[in-house]
Design a protein around this ligand. Sequence first.
Ligand code: AMP
Ligand code: MG
Length: 414
Amino acid sequence: MADGCACDRHAHMYLTVSEALTRGLAVADPVTGTETLPLIDAIGRVLAEDCTSKVDMPTFDNSAMDGYAVRTADLGDGPMFNLPVAGRVAAGDSGAHDAPAGSALRIFTGAPVPADFDAVLMQEDCDATADGIRFDRRPKPGQHIRRAGEDLKAGTPILRRGCEITAREAAALASAGYGEVKVSRKIKVTIFSTGSELRQPGEALGPGQIYNSNRYMLRALLDKPWIELTDRGPVEDNPDRLEKVLREACDTSDLIVTTGGVSVGDEDHMPRLFAEIGGQPDVMKVAMKPGKPIMFGRRGNGLYVGLPGNPVSAYVTWQIIGSHMMARRAGLHHAPHTPEQAVLAEPLERRAGRQEYRPVVIEGTSPDGTPRLRLMAPSYSGRVALLAQADGLAIIPAETETLPQGHGLQFLRF
Ligand code: AMP
Ligand code: MG
């Protein structure tokens, strides 16, 4: 309810999204430990060293085609060229041969081109003869040969520290000769959901009870190879119990993420409890919609992020602020997601004041290829299921009141 009017009128008392993010990132310093792992075990982890290629790429002169290697100096005047085929080199062969002058070698893609051969003919450009090949176009020296080091030389930078080792990075590291690689240690993350009303899906609901969605949302969001996760499940709104779980989590984790209990109600214990156990809570009201207070703070090594209980608010505040803090803590140098440019498929009208994250459905593309966005319900904070039907969140700047159809805006693709 306060979600609507009060906030908008008092938007000046609120932090902007970028101010809140700056404050969050300031306390989210990267963990320092690293470990060296075999490349196969480093997949999905955060690279902790700048990497240069250990080898020239390609590492040796090799054929770009299936065909025949020739020495251009051996060729006569044409117009027809006839050469016997004196041997065969395939990928993985050493390239040693005893082909006499004036002969060709059968060669396949990726096979080493022997040093005295200087061109490769595509097999499509040759006719087979009784003992060799015939062709009518003089090959140019160097044709269809990939030269050692032409893609990059040993010592050339290939990856910077702070990237996630996904498929492309893993392939790059393998091709550059990295049998093992230095990665940031996994960050230890503890989660729990606060709320005496929470039940597990599958259980029967008693009066006043609801299913715990945040736990499953966080489990999915934090399912990363660079996270060692502890899930403390739901914790009822009992200060002693909450304090115990929070203290243990802070003692043992690099990051603690909870949902609920950060507002101003009597059962919203988290900021006070965090202060009581020696943390420094920063409860931020952020001029964003949806969004409720989000809190964070440090206690020793533990970085605590307290998300609102409302599942939509929890999801959006996590994506917009929390996930960036976590990425930084894990040693990642890239933001977890960056907005894309899109255009509105319909006009927009709303009340200015808070930066809004509105679920959208992509409805085709405009002529230049930009996605066209159809806006979903403006007030969806009670309906987390709606997020599952959306393709992303449109980012509507705080000051925006109306936008015509076709107007550009940014959006975060799911
Ligand atoms: P709170 O921030 O604790 O005041 O919670 C705000 C609203 O979100 C309340 O309606 C809660 O019942 C609901 N809520 C809190 N935690 C969860 C959860 N884990 N899953 C689903 N709804 C929740
Ligand atoms: Mg609660």
